[in-house]
Design a protein. Sequence first.
Length: 707
Amino acid sequence: MKTTRRSPVIRVVAWLVTATLTAPVLLLGQVARAQTQQVLRVIVADFVNKKGTLGDTLAVTARDAVYNELASSGQGRFSVFTAKEVIDEAVGEKIIPGPPASAVEPIHFGLSDLLRIAKSLNADAIIEGDVEASPVVRGSRSATVALSITLRDVSSEEFINGAVSRVRSVPRPGQTASGEDLVNKATADAAMEVVRQVVQRQIVTATVLNINQDIVLLNRGLRDGLHTGDELIVLREGTNGVKTQEGRIRIARSYSNDSEATVISDQGGIRPEDIARILYRPSQVVTPVGEIAPIHRTRGFNSSALGMTLAVIGLGVLVAAAGRGGQSSVTGVTAEATSAANAPAIKVSWRDNLFGQAGVQQYHVFREPDFPFGSTAPAGVTAGTTHTYIDHPSPYNPYAGGLQVQIGLPGTLLGTGVAACTLLAPAGTDYGFTAGTAYHYAISAIIIRGLNPATNGNGNGNGNGNGGGGGTTNGQECIETDPSRSGQVTPILPTTVTAPATQTQVDVNKFNLTFPSRPGADLFQVEVSTDRLFSNPSRIFRVQVASTAPNALNVAQSLPSTIDLTKQDTLTSDPAFKALVTAAPSKTNQGPPLYIRVGARNDSDNPGPINWISRNPGDGDKSFRYVYSDPVVVTTVNLPPAVPSGTIASAQNKVHSLTVRTATQTVASPTSLRPIRTTNRTPNITVPVQHIFIQVPQMLHGRRFRP
C-alpha cells in the first residue's frame, strides 16, 4: 500500500483527478457572481384604485407601501427613484407646471409622460399597480385588499416582471380596529407579498453570442431560468446608456448553460453583444374583491398522440400532392393593423394545417399588390418555428441584417441527408408599406421532404444515397407550398387628441373633443373611461364618428354635438365619478380624472385592427378593433347650467339704465325751465335741463317702450 502511494505515476494521476473534481467547486463562486442579476433602476407610477373604496387615499397608500418595501427588501436588485425625483423631473420636462399642492395628491401621468420621465432619469423600468379593497363598513371584522403590480421595460414598453396578491386582514384577539385600519394593514401585507415575488423572480438577462440567419445563440440556459417557449426582447445599449429595442426572440431549445432562440422580429438588426431580457407573463390571476374564484376543470382527453399521428399522415399526403404542383400547408392567415412606437404596423399571424406539421424551414410573407406571390423576394420571412410577423412602413428592409430567403426547388436532389435549401440574398430595396393603403397578405412555407424512392433509384442496389438502392436513398429536397391569403388590412397612422389638452379641466355636462383625420380611416371611435388602461369594457363610454375626410391627413374631426357624460352608465358605475354627478353642481367641486382616446380603422378590413380587449386574432367582435391614439387625462368638473337668456320672462326682469344727456342750453335766468312731453300726450312736465336718468324695463308686454 505504501509502495503504491510512493509511486510518482500514481501520485500524479491522483493529483489530476483531485484537481478535476475540485475545480468546479472553486469556480462556483465566480460563476455565481457572473450570473448575478443586473440592478434595475425603476420609478413608481401612481396606482389605480379599481373599486373606489377610500378613493385616491388607498391608491397612494398602496403606492407608498410598495415603494418602501422595494427600498428596503429590493436592495441589490432594484434602485428606486424617490417621488420627489420623479416630480422634479416632470417639472423639468415641462410635463406639469409645478409640484402638486399636496404631497399625497396623485398626478396620474399618462404612459407617454412616464416614459419621458423614465428616459430622462435613465431608468430601466416603470412600476405600475392596481389596488382594490372591500367596502369599509362600520363594525366590520375583516378587510380584503387585492394588489397587482407590473414592471414595464422603458426601451420596449413590454412587461418584464410583476406580481399579484390578495390579502385578508382581521384584528388580533382583543384588538379593536376600524375598517380603514384593517384596509391599511391588508394593503401593507399585500405590498410586502408582491415585492417579495418580484425580488425572488429572476429577471434573466442574457447576451447574444452569435446569430445565424434566424437562430440566435444566448449565453444563458436552464440553470438561469430560461425555458423553451420563453420570449425575450433584444436591446442594444448606446454610448449614453440608453437602450433601444432591436428585436424579439423565442427560446426554441434550452440547454444547461446556453440556449438557441428563433427570431420573431428583427427591426434593428440583432447582432452579437446585444442584451436579451425575458418578458413577464402573469401565471396567476387575483380574484377581484367580493367575487368567488371560478373552478377550472380540465378535460381528460389528450390530443398530443393524435396530433403526431395526423402530422405523419399529413406529411405523407403533402409529399404526394407537392409532386403534382404544390399544396397549401398554412391556414388561418390573419392580418391586423396596429401601431409600434406611434407608427403604423401590421401584425400577420397564421397556423399550420395537417400538411405543415413537420419539416418547415421558413415562412414567406407576401403583401399584395406590391409584393405578391412569385416576387423575386417576399416582403418578409420568418423561421419555421414562428407563426407571426410584424410588417413596418416605408422605408423598411427586413434583410438589412443579412437575413436570406430559402428557395424551394421541387424535384431537385440536394444529396444524402442534406437538410438545406438554396439561399437568395435579396437586393437592397424598400419593402415597407404605405399607410392608408389597403393590402392582403399571403403566407407560404418552405418544407424539407424526403424524395419519393420510386423516382430516385436506378436499381443498382448500392443504397448510398446517390440514386441507387432501388429506393433506399436518403436524398431530400425543398418545396414551397401554395400561399394562403388573409382578409383586407389597412395600416393606419394613429391619430391624436388635439383638444382637450392633457391635465385641462372638462365640463362633464358638455363634452366634446377634436382630433385629426388619417388616410385610410373611415371610422373613428371616441372612448372615455375612468380606467387609464381601458381594460374594463363596462367602464368605457364609446361613440363612433364617421370620418369627413377618410383619404386626407389632419382634417379636424369632432363629435356631431356635445355629450352629457353625467348620463352615461359606463361612467357613473365608477363610485368616484358618481359622487361628482350626484353632488351639487359647482365650479370648485372636482371629480376623478377621465382618460380620453380615439381609435381609427378602415371599416372594410377583415377582421380589423388588433382587438384591444381579447388580443385574439380569431375574435369576431369588432367593438374594440381600432388603432388607438395615446390617451390624454383631464380633470372633471360638474358646472351648474347657464342662466336662460333671450326669453320674455328673463327680459322683463332685466332693468337697464338709460342715460339721456342734453347739450347745455343758454337761458335768461337760472330758474328758467324747458318743457318735456311724454309720448302719451299727458300734460307737460317741466324739469330743469340737466342729465336725466330713467330706469325702464327693456320690454313691456312685448312692445318696446320709447321715452
